[in-house]
Write a protein that binds this ligand. Structure first.
Ligand SMILES: [Zn+2]
Length: 266
């Protein structure tokens, strides 16, 4: 495999994005910013939580016989829950949570040894997976259920709390392992498809500034993930942000799994 990544802190006190890759997997995590003045019920905080989730996912994805992606995420969420210890109130609707995107080659299922395999992915909450399939436009996959809560925007804090990890609402990696089974999952059409993972701080290029996924992919392919983050920052400075933080934590990973014959992303 080849993979490269970049992650840049936004305006918070710490970067609460994480990016990590192993021999045949890659992930990004975007910790949900704590609401100022709200008791989360957790004495650890978001950075602690995303570090633990990253470590637990790395362990699951690197297991000798890795489980299905949703099982890996469910086990990692459960492990982080145990790591909080007994003093944190994980029933608190403001307890730390995160969005997650995972990618790896799908299980070989009898494919010839060394043959390129399709890319399987999992997205929970507002991270994005990009897949460079055959054809001009890459496929972008995200989980936008938080954008479709009952009644529409603007949301009250109560509405968001009531719909977090709830039937008909939106699902995040927090205290509920069940959320892993509500993630968006799929497989690339093309074996050995180059892919990218990004947090919503980078996906702003499409969501806020109207850039096509084709243009975003081209930039990633030609100039790498650092260039994508610089592009986001330039757009934010030049055009502002429609509500919310001017600079969010922004993370992008780009890569390809499989044999050397596959075209590298750069
Ligand atoms: Zn805690």
């Amino acid at each position: 495999m080849r993979i490269s990544f970049a992650s840049e802190q936004g305006q918070g006190r710490a970067n609460e994005d994480r990016v990590c890759a192993g021999g045949d997997w890659a992930l990004v995590i975007d910790g949900a910013t704590a609401v100022p003045g709200v008791d989360s019920g957790c004495r650890h905080g978001v950075s602690w939580m995303v570090d633990r989730l990253c470590g637990a996912l790395a362990a699951e994805l690197s297991a000798e016989r890795p489980a299905p992606l949703a099982d890996c995420l469910a086990a990692a969420i459960a492990a982080v829950g145990r790591a909080h210890g007994g003093e944190c109130d994980l029933e608190n609707p403001d307890s730390p949570s995160a969005a997650v995107a995972l990618a790896r080659p799908e299980p070989s299922g009898g494919a010839a040894r060394g043959a390129a395999r399709r890319v399987e992915y999992l997205v929970l909450a507002d991270c994005t997976v990009l897949l460079a399939e055959d054809g001009a436009e890459p496929t972008a996959v995200t989980d936008d259920r938080v954008d479709h809560l009952p009644g529409g925007r603007p949301y009250s804090a109560e509405l968001v709390r009531a719909n977090r990890n709830a039937e008909g609402g939106f699902w995040v990696a927090g205290a509920v392992p069940e959320a892993a089974y509500r993630a968006v999952t799929g497989v690339s059409r093309r074996a050995g498809a180059p892919f990218a993972l990004m947090t919503d701080g980078c996906a702003r290029l499409a969501a806020y500034y109207g850039h096509s996924w084709r243009g975003i992919w081209r930039r990633l392919e030609a100039e790498g993930p650092e260039s994508l983050v610089s592009w986001v920052r330039a757009e934010e400075r030049d055009h502002g942000v429609p509500g919310g933080k001017l600079h969010d934590d922004a993370t992008a990973a780009v890569g390809v799994f499989g044999p050397a014959a596959a075209r590298p992303p750069r």
